[in-house]
Design a protein around this ligand. Sequence first.
Ligand SMILES: [Zn+2]
Length: 185
Amino acid sequence: MEKKRCFWVDLSSPVYIEYHDREWGIPVYDDEKLYEMFLLETFQAGLSWITILKKREFFRDAFDGFDVKKIAAYGTEKVEELMQNAQIIRNRGKITAAVQNAGIFIDIQKQYGSFSEYLWGFTKDKVIVNQEDTIPVKTELSDRISKDLKKRGMRYVGSVTIYSYLQAVGVVNDHDKDCFCNRKK
Ligand SMILES: [Zn+2]
């Protein structure tokens, strides 16, 4: 029998199926992975997630394997190089935000010991399980995190982006009730 998956999974897209089955909603505590998803989510704003997923390996190449320290040190020359890279999202605002956000990500690591400590601190290490039938686009939790990140100077971290991030790194579990990945049962 075919596995039942969340309604939004495009079954014609192996990359989407793989992402849904092996990443989405699974708690992440590793800062490198947390940063990779963070960078990708900030590039999503206004685009579909599948667009980003398909470009993920191009992003990895273009952004030094998602090395947050290297990205924080990017100068104008590197920004111009990225602006010429047709394989990624050539949006100056998002690219310069990525550089600025990387520096702030590192500041948070220094302040909290890790970004993971900071992030999971918002839920006291608990996974938030959505009990509703519909998936929200943002919640009080994402509002709070978004506000805090903006206060620290981050950009492209609106509440909708942050909610999507929380789902991606498993702070929130939004799998459908009948999805085989749903561990609430
Ligand atoms: Zn699911």
